[in-house]
Design a protein around this ligand. Sequence first.
Ligand code: FE2
Length: 378
Amino acid sequence: MDIHFPTKIHFADDAVEKVVEYISANFSSCLIITGGARTRSSSLFVEILRSLRTKLSSVFVIEGIHSNPREEEIIQAAKDARRHGPDCILSIGAGSVHDAAKIISVLINDEFSIEELTVESQGYNKIKNVTVPLFCVPSIVGTGTEISPASLIRIGHQKRIVFSPHLYPKAAYYSFQHIGSDDIELNVLAAFDSFVHSLEALTSQRANLWAEMYALAGIKNSLEGIKRLSDSGSSPSVWKQLSHASAQGLLAVANSSVGAIHALSDPLSGIYDIHHGRALALVAPKVLSINYEVCAERYHVVEGLMSEILVLPRSMRIPEAVEAFLDNVAPSRKVGIPEIDLSEQGMARLVAESRNPDMEGAPKTLTDDEIKTAFRSM
Ligand SMILES: [Fe+2]
């Protein structure tokens, strides 16, 4: 087993000052990549931009990266980035912004199509020339993409994975005073991703002692953090705990893998543009139920933690415990989702696209009927 983790992780109340200090001491120009109006008007973005503009010779901004970013917007952003020729890239925003920035850091030097970079096209053998370092500042936490070597991009209506050790960001800066949006349920669903990363890493066929260490910490901190966020609202202390959960969940996955919950969430995001955390919440209870027999021993450990932290009956099994937890912290998670095509043809597509690289470490490979049951149960 090899352990390799090149991204520096900086947790602090003063992370904004630290990232500005590091970039201004080491670079003369910076390309900032960010999301929509909500992030652009945040104090996180405004403070960093203002500070960097006083210290660097040039600062450029590419804005408007969408949730579940599309190939076309990445290609256009990479063209703009190439014109500026920055010394470094700084991504500020939610997970999709960091996903996009990783691909832009590749395309700034090499004109690949994104299809060529995907895992299915063995993109990991092509990505080598990443010379512009990437720094990430998350505005919301849970995906862990700010410290991961993977990027999720939509090509057409498919969510696709690009992976390479060269995609690890140089550093991630978690600023507890600035994290979180005013949409509490969105914050909760983003943080739920940390819980699922930890849980799937713990029960993966690739699980090992190293992954287990991070997974158990990630489960505890994500459950406690989400409960505190839901009960008492946003605070630097809550974001400190959820930032750690985000990094721990990702480190668990980096040493193990995700599984069927992620695999089934991918077509929901790719075809229907459903937010990643929401898509996970929609399929998680049923997948846990399908996996139960194979994972019972490990699930009992998590059931113990859920019972203790969430004050649930000790006899409650994990599928019901997760559903009850979500009913409490994200009661509107099913409101406003697009109508899912459950016809024979629609279901065939969902099944086919659930058989993606995220399924590879799953404790059991789901049958077509099990995948259909999971989608029908949403
Ligand atoms: Fe995830």
